[in-house]
Design a protein around this ligand. Structure first.
Ligand code: C2E
Ligand code: CA
Ligand code: CA
Length: 404
């Protein structure tokens, strides 16, 4: 069993108490780690991480330390060029450990997990086994220096494309629809994800032309698929910034009817990134979209401003739980409680409950056990370009669809 530990693995144990350092070191060595170094405090730890050769690849870090606590250690390490992975160790409660782990991840570090003291060999083995499977530290992609003028040019040059991510009905395993996700095919930067340009569009008044473009690509695609007998639903993201445009419901309805589409095929996912600017206009627009037959979805539920008040006022058909509460929820009591309550709330309101961000079989099983209706996530498929959709569908229907 110990043979599985990489011989090059170098672990740093940071704890202000000498006996805890010694104990942790012994447990690590019994688990097969050959190289362990020790620091009695945060400052010393940072020096080790900066200078030690070969590099420290994993840090077992105590949270409560007198001179510099574990949270501060992380803040400093996040600024270094070499960032080892972290395991947090504490006698403190599980909620604090989980907050620290989230904080470190938000600073771009790879966190294998947390262990409550006294640490056991099983717990250490569990952490070490995650080191192989863990993805490289998810550093946020460097922000490209894109300006509103670039985006305007990109829109004019027809550089916006859609990728499609399937939404699967949990009970029947059939394809419920696809979410349309905007991509910018930039001549210099390649395929630019929406995280790099949607906010820019919102700030610069380009969100309207961007959404118009996305809508017309999606409606046209939906009609093309209808024409070959592939009838499905398409979900489109609508920024709350657009809910001041009283002409929008008529424009979308007109365009959908020009393509011969049934509005029920179109789901509008509303992300509330800020307080709705004008309550009367917003309600006017959403009520009319609903009356025209479009399905409204409350997106990113559980985050930001998506609130109970909106659920009460707006005729949503779908509640979409944000992936922050979905991926890994089986291991996180709080995420699981929020997931469970959101699903129950959606069902009590008569909504279809969708969970996004399912990455593993375990996520899927939990969602199924909670009665979630529709699942979207890497476990099923990543968003794909349009020319991959039909082949993917064929494969899915061949392997996964219920044999009726
Ligand atoms: P969103 O509406 O929450 O869309 C889901 C995002 O989660 C997508 O990122 C998708 O690729 C990602 N995702 C799906 N499954 C998984 C998973 O299992 N694991 C992980 N880690 N991620 C998963 P993407 O395509 O980068 O889009 C990011 C956001 O950009 C979207 O978040 C949406 O808010 C916004 N966006 C995308 N297209 C448009 C658009 O046409 N208009 C507007 N207003 N916003 C858009
Ligand atoms: Ca969405
Ligand atoms: Ca989301």
């Amino acid at each position: 069993m110990n043979a599985e530990v990489d011989r090059r693995l170098r672990v740093l144990v940071v704890d202000d108490k000498a006996f805890v350092r010694t104990m942790t070191g012994r447990v690590l060595q019994s688990a097969g780690v050959e190289s362990v170094v020790y620091a009695a405090g945060g400052k010393e730890a940072i020096q080790y991480i900066k200078q030690t050769s070969p590099r420290i690849s994993l840090v077992f870090c105590d949270l409560m330390m007198p001179d510099m606590d574990g949270v501060e250690v992380v803040r400093h390490v996040a600024e270094l060029e070499h960032k080892p992975a972290f395991v947090f160790v504490s006698g403190a409660n599980a909620a604090l450990l989980s907050t620290a782990a989230d904080m470190a991840r938000a600073r771009g570090l790879l966190v294998l997990g947390s262990i409550e003291k006294p640490i056991s060999i099983e717990a250490v083995r569990g952490m070490l086994s995650r080191l192989d499977s863990a993805r490289p530290a998810r550093t946020t992609a460097p922000r490209l220096a894109l300006t509103a003028a670039d985006l305007k040019g990109g829109l004019e040059a027809d550089q916006i494309a859609l990728h499609y991510q399937p939404k699967i009905n949990v009970r029947s395993r059939s394809i419920e629809g696809f979410e349309c996700l905007a991509r910018w095919r930039h001549p210099d930067h390649g395929l630019v994800p929406p995280g790099q340009f949607v906010a820019l569009a919102e700030e610069s008044g380009l969100i309207k032309p961007l959404t118009d473009r996305v809508l017309s690509l999606a409606l046209r695609q939906c009609a093309a698929w209808n024409a070959i007998g592939f009838t499905t639903k398409l979900s489109i993201n609508i920024s709350a910034h657009l809910l001041i445009d009283l002409g929008m419901p008529d424009r979308i309805a007109k365009e959908a009817s020009e393509h011969g589409l049934d509005p029920h095929q179109i789901v509008l996912e509303i992300t509330e990134t800020g307080v709705f600017q004008d309550a009367a206009d917003t309600l006017d627009i959403l009520a009319r979209l609903h009356m025209k037959g479009f399905a409204l979805s409350i997106d990113d539920f559980g985050t930001g401003y998506s609130s109970m008040e909106q659920l009460r006022r707006i005729p949503f058909a779908e509640l979409k739980i944000d992936r922050a509460f979905v991926n890994g929820a089986g291991q996180n009591q709080k995420a699981k409680a929020i997931l469970q309550s959101s699903a129950a709330l959606g069902h009590n309101l008569g909504l279809s409950v969708v969970a996004e961000g399912a990455e593993t079989q375990e996520d899927w099983d939990l969602l199924a056990s909670l009665g979630v209706d529709v699942v979207q996530g890497y476990f099923i498929a990543k968003p794909m370009p349009v020319d991959g959709v039909l082949a993917w569908r064929e494969k899915w229907n061949g392997n996964m669809a219920p044999k009726t």
